[in-house]
Design a protein around this ligand. Structure first.
Ligand SMILES: Cc1cc2nc3c(=O)[nH]c(=O)nc-3n(C[C@H](O)[C@H](O)[C@H](O)COP(=O)(O)OP(=O)(O)OC[C@H]3O[C@@H](n4cnc5c(N)ncnc54)[C@H](O)[C@@H]3O)c2cc1C
Ligand SMILES: *[C@@H]1O[C@H](CO)[C@@H](O)[C@H](O)[C@H]1NC(C)=O
Ligand SMILES: *[C@@H]1O[C@H](CO)[C@@H](O)[C@H](O)[C@H]1NC(C)=O
Ligand SMILES: *[C@@H]1O[C@H](CO)[C@@H](O)[C@H](O)[C@H]1NC(C)=O
Ligand SMILES: *[C@@H]1O[C@H](CO)[C@@H](O)[C@H](O)[C@H]1NC(C)=O
Length: 503
């Protein structure tokens, strides 16, 4: 008999186990969840749905939510992180609908429809702005069509590589390759690049065309739902409150996950060993955190392939900076500063002003303007303290509005995502290196096994095959990993399993 067991175990080892057919675990298996963001909370909620309660959530921060980060302001919440809802064919839309926090359909068309350009004393002609609009408006559908028609090119082109060619042609055709007008079109190009950079939170020179293929919310392209002044705060509370608080361990930052033995040991970053051992570990840390720590966080080390996925999948930066004024000075709800090189004492446009391409009013917070920053911007902004940032923004606005008596903002409210090593950015995107290596976001969801058993699972926005970026993807990925655990412990014990246990 002993011999027969060996044979079957060897066969298993040689053939490998299909993804969803892991060696089953005992019903008293224990689960550790790293992180209490959308993914961690939804893993727990999924386990609870089946009456499964032996789990612990370890969260480094003193609060749940992660990149869903509402900050109280007056009678509402400023959302440092998730704010919109992508599409309606998902459970978050249903929750938001039930909670009545959906405000309106929001077209994601960038700043070129309806925005007001402010360029101070620079001689920018309305006709040139119109000419530029006509040039860029067809580009989004054009690039999407190109991506769908030419699979090969999606792996080596970026949004910028496509744009650069079209822009060169545009300049040539209109005889504006040099001179002041060229500077105007370069300024407009900076604004246009932010259309893509907000969308994918990344520098457009690293934005693979794959983003346009891989990402899919099953809804209309370029449309999402805006939420009201409670928005994601209400959604987060709703999900959080399903989970009894005894399961959630705040201020517990995990430093080491040791799955070398038959059960997994967890050390906090302050050196404390958690006195319990676990059968399943679901890691929901942001991709940026994994990029920094994946090589030291696991014992045995993660497989080479997993590390390559972590290294190459893109982690973008995007942020909102909320500027609060004593009272509004602006005359339009949405304005685009357009500083032009060779004008207003600017021989060239400094990198900070380059990134300040849009300011928007918030209907329920009339003294606030929110600036949306993406691409190269977030690390630059995060390096400025409030006083410097305030001075830069005030100078820009005064020049663009031609009014040197506009006061400085009285307060700045922001989250420096790139400075926090739990995140190191905002959310993932398909990078050029990732596309070239033919790595999909879904690859990151493949769990790490040892002796045929799933030992380390990954959830979080960056593991979702089509809704990466989004809090909805994070939520769905948590359910996916919860189900992986439930499927595994619900499976009837097979003879092979009995053999494993007898050993
Ligand atoms: C500026 C910005 C705007 C956004 N806008 C939108 C939007 O409009 N719509 C949308 O759907 N999405 C948006 N997102 C993205 C959305 O917020 C994220 O996709 C989602 O919240 C990610 O959830 P998660 O559970 O995957 O990760 P996280 O929210 O990062 O949760 C992971 C948790 O794990 C904790 N953690 C990490 N490492 C450890 C460790 N070692 N030990 C213990 N705890 C750890 C972290 O503290 C965190 O709480 C935005 C994000 C940002 C930053
Ligand atoms: C990508 O490859 C195509 C041929 O498949 C080529 O025409 C194109 O120039 C390449 N693009 C870049 C940015 O290298
Ligand atoms: C480490 O952190 C945990 C959780 O916050 C705490 O209970 C413990 O006392 C800390 N240990 C040390 C040595 O600081
Ligand atoms: C300049 O801004 C200040 C402050 O908002 C305002 O009171 C004043 O009317 C503005 N001046 C002009 C000329 O618009
Ligand atoms: C294997 O385990 C199951 C469940 O515990 C049990 O019903 C079955 O009899 C065992 N089979 C063998 C061959 O021991």
């Amino acid at each position: 008999m002993y011999h027969a067991f060996i044979v079957s175990l060897v066969l298993v080892a040689i053939n490998g186990l299909p993804e969803n057919d892991q060696v089953p675990r005992r019903k008293d298996a224990r689960v550790a969840i790293i992180g209490a963001g959308m993914a961690g909370l939804s893993t727990a909620a999924r386990l609870l749905e089946d009456g499964y309660t032996d789990f612990d959530i370890f969260e480094a921060q003193d609060k749940v939510g992660g990149r869903v980060m509402p900050v109280k302001y007056n009678d509402g919440y400023l959302q440092m992180g998730a704010q919109f809802i992508n599409g309606e064919r998902n459970p978050i839309y249903d929750i938001a609908n039930k909670l009545e926090v959906i405000k309106e359909l929001f077209p994601d068309t960038g700043h070129f429809d309806g925005a007001s350009f402010y360029h101070g004393e620079c001689p920018v002609s309305k006709n040139d702005i119109e000419l530029f609009k006509e040039f860029v408006n067809p580009l989004d559908p054009k690039y999407r069509a190109l991506a769908h028609q030419n699979d090969e090119r999606t792996y080596n082109e970026t949004l910028k590589s496509l744009y650069d060619r079209d822009y060169a042609e545009f300049l040539k055709k209109n005889h504006i390759e040099t001179g002041f007008r060229r500077n105007v079109f370069d300024a407009l190009t900076r604004v246009y690049s932010d259309y893509w950079e907000f969308e994918w939170a990344s520098k457009w020179e690293d934005q693979s065309l794959r983003n346009l293929i891989d990402w899919d919310d099953l809804g209309e392209i370029g449309v999402s739902y805006a939420t009201d002044k409670f928005g994601w705060k209400a959604i987060l509370d709703y999900i959080h409150h399903k989970i009894p608080s005894r399961h959630i361990h705040l201020n517990h930052r995990v430093g080491k996950i040791d799955y070398s033995g038959s059960r997994t040991k967890i050390w906090l970053s302050n050196g404390t060993l958690i006195p319990k051992e676990y059968d399943f570990v679901v890691v929901t840390s942001a991709l940026g955190h994994l990029k920094l720590y994946a090589r030291q966080m696991f014992n045995p080390p993660l497989p080479r392939k997993k590390l390559e996925q972590i290294d190459k999948i893109g982690m973008g930066g995007s942020m909102k900076i909320f500027f609060e004024w004593e009272k509004p000075f602006w005359s339009t709800p949405d304005f685009v500063p357009l500083p032009v090189a060779g004008c207003l004492g600017r021989t060239e446009i400094d990198p900070i002003e380059s990134e300040l391409t849009t300011f928007q009013e918030i209907d329920w917070a009339p003294n606030i303007l929110v600036a949306w920053i993406a691409g190269h911007g977030p690390p630059l902004m995060d390096n400025l303290d409030d006083a410097e940032l305030s001075a830069r923004v005030t100078r820009l606005i005064r020049d663009m509005y031609r009014n040197q008596s506009i006061p400085e903002p009285k307060n700045i409210i922001r989250m420096r995502w790139t400075h926090n090593d739990l995140f190191m950015g905002s959310y993932s995107y398909v990078s050029l290196a990732q596309a070239q290596a033919r790595i999909r976001h879904a690859d990151l969801s493949i769990p790490v096994k040892k002796n045929g058993q799933v030992r380390v699972q990954f959830a979080g926005e960056a593991t979702h095959y089509r809704l990466f970026e989004a809090a909805i993807g994070a939520f769905l990925s948590g359910r996916r990993e919860g189900e992986r655990i439930l499927n595994s412990i619900a499976t009837e014990l097979s003879p092979v399993q009995n053999a494993t246990i007898c050993e």
